[in-house]
Design a binder for this molecule. Structure first.
Ligand code: FES
Length: 109
């Protein structure tokens, strides 16, 4: 299991720690843990942008580059896109993500 630490945007204290499986998407791990800040309405088919998250450094720079489809969908996120924004359904958990810190947007709608 890989621990992923979630923060609410307005606080700098962790709001949850996920136990994610290797290869699982970050979105699936959040949904399985009933994290309200990740809605994931489309179930990971890259058509909703309600799985928007912001990944902190140094992890953000180590993520695989986003596809053009993810890039385009992020423009529809309810909260303003940030330089470290990603769609959590497109992040697949690896060992290198142990302890990764992720901020949740104030809203997904
Ligand atoms: S779950 Fe819909 S775009 Fe990620």
């Amino acid at each position: 299991m890989v621990k992923i630490v979630l923060f609410e945007t307005t606080k700098n204290t962790p709001s949850a720690v996920l136990d994610a499986k290797l290869g699982q998407s970050l979105m699936k791990a959040a949904v399985a843990a009933n994290i309200e800040g990740v809605a994931a309405d489309c179930g990971g088919t890259l058509t909703c942008a309600t799985c928007h998250v912001m990944v902190r450094e140094p992890w953000f720079s180590q993520l695989p580059a986003m596809t053009d489809d993810e890039d385009g969908m992020l423009d529809f996120a309810a909260c303003t896109r940030q330089p470290n924004s990603r769609l959590s359904c497109q992040i697949h958990v690896t060992e290198a993500m142990q302890g990764m810190e992720v901020d949740l947007p104030a809203s997904q709608y």
